[in-house]
Design a protein around this ligand. Structure first.
Ligand code: AMP
Length: 404
């Protein structure tokens, strides 16, 4: 029998309860946005922070914004600069904002100290310093010098124990912003007491990343759809040939374990009934629909096939609560995006008919925006990893650090 959430409730201070007038507020935002040719491709994550930023500005605060972007591995790299995000924010706020080329050190501190009420200063990428991901206490200390108070609004980073999530709250009085509040309220409601049947649609490339989540999800959901590159490891576990498709050999047994556990728990577990496959992964490759679950030896699976689309869409229509994370194929290439777009469409129809639909993860959100369906879900979570870990029942380190 699926269980409800066993995650203990944390006592968290809210931004509404902070006195912010004339205070320097260090705000952790998640501006880890997709960039193309130095421009922000999707500004949803920036827009989602506006309620928090406007609330603070209206309250007479001075804002120092910190964020990460991409994986620069502890050193400065121009392609991971937050400048394009700062430019978008400037337009959205309709006011000039400052930009500091380093997030710590004397020039950063000076820039923060010079702020007046209503000013906004965006700091350069936190991950230009190795101390961020290492949760180094000296780095957290250096960051904490930039503010009098801390506001955490980076929902998408809460599952990481980094200096800006787990370190700063030990040094500054902190609160959660409106975006984090919205995400928690929504996901808690759905996890704690979902309308059933509850379906999870999980895709993407990496089985290893998601095995733990899948096992936990079996305690919560009534049915599970597995698509995308990770499905091939599950098919291989069933002895089905997958050609040259993505395979995590060392995870085959664990994948089989998930299927067996699903069976034992009476959770319906659906794998793609057919696929779209190619000889080479190229946008202009000839796309071949397989006849059934097996993929011929010379082919690579790149998307779910028409029958899989039909079965998955039917499953989505039957459910009352649907959580989706991860694309069904290599959606970045238009010819291999059909399955992901079809899931987005089915989710939109289900929402219209009254189901609660939640989408988490950058790739799935990119699919929604490609399909023009971003506004058609009950909730689009800005954090794929964080929402999955909440669903698993884990305590997010960034919240635990803030709890009183
Ligand atoms: P993940 O980070 O594990 O959620 O995976 C997301 C990535 O999975 C996307 O970039 C997709 O292109 C990729 N993906 C989805 N389906 C496939 C597939 N059939 N083969 C290879 N990669 C895939």
């Amino acid at each position: 029998m699926p269980q409800s959430s066993e995650r203990p409730a944390l006592k968290l201070r809210r931004i509404q309860d902070l006195g912010v007038k004339n205070k320097k507020i260090l705000v952790r935002v998640d501006y880890n946005v997709p960039l193309k040719n130095g421009k922000v491709e999707d500004d949803s994550r920036i827009k989602e922070t506006l309620p928090t930023l406007n609330h603070l500005l209206e309250g007479g605060a001075k804002l120092v914004l910190i964020s990460h972007l991409g994986r620069p591995k502890g050193k400065a790299e121009a392609k991971y600069s937050l400048k394009p995000a700062a430019e978008v924010l400037e337009k959205l706020l309709g006011k000039k904002i400052g930009f500091a080329s380093d997030c710590v050190g004397s020039s950063a501190e000076k820039a923060a100290a010079a702020l007046k009420a209503g000013d906004v200063l965006m700091m350069e990428n936190l991950r230009f310093h190795p101390g961020e991901e290492a949760n180094d206490s000296d780095f957290a200390k250096a960051l904490s010098k930039l503010g009098d108070l801390f506001v955490q609004d980076a929902f998408g980073a809460l599952h990481r124990a980094h200096a800006s999530t787990a370190g700063i709250p030990k040094l500054l009085k902190g609160a959660i912003g409106f975006l984090v509040q919205k995400e928690l309220e929504f996901l808690d409601r759905v996890i704690g007491n979902p309308n059933r049947p509850f379906l999870a649609v999980i895709g993407g490339a990496k089985v290893s990343d998601k095995l733990g989540v899948l096992v936990k999800l079996l305690d919560r959901v009534d049915s599970l759809v597995i698509g995308g590159g990770m499905a091939y490891t599950f098919l291989a576990a069933q002895g089905i040939s997958i050609g040259k498709s993505l395979l995590e050999k060392d995870k085959v047994q664990e994948a089989q374990g998930v299927v067996e556990r699903a069976y034992a728990k009476k959770v319906e577990c659906l794998l793609p009934a057919d696929h779209l496959a190619v000889r080479e992964i190229r946008p202009d490759a000839e796309v071949i629909a397989t006849q059934g679950m097996a993929i011929p030896p010379e082919l690579i699976g790149v998307d779910i096939g028409p029958h899989a689309i039909e079965f998955f869409a039917e499953e989505i229509q039957k459910a009352k609560t649907i959580f989706w994370n991860g694309p069904m194929g290599i959606f970045e290439i238009d010819a291999f995006a059909k399955g992901s777009l079809a899931v987005a469409q089915a989710m939109a129809e289900a929402t219209e008919k009254g189901a609660t639909t939640i989408v988490g993860g950058g790739d799935s959100l990119a699919v929604l925006s490609k399909a023009g369906l971003s506004g058609k879900m009950s909730h689009c979570s800005t954090g794929g990893g964080a929402s999955l870990e909440l669903l698993e029942g884990k305590i997010l380190p960034g919240l635990e650090a803030l709890a009183s």
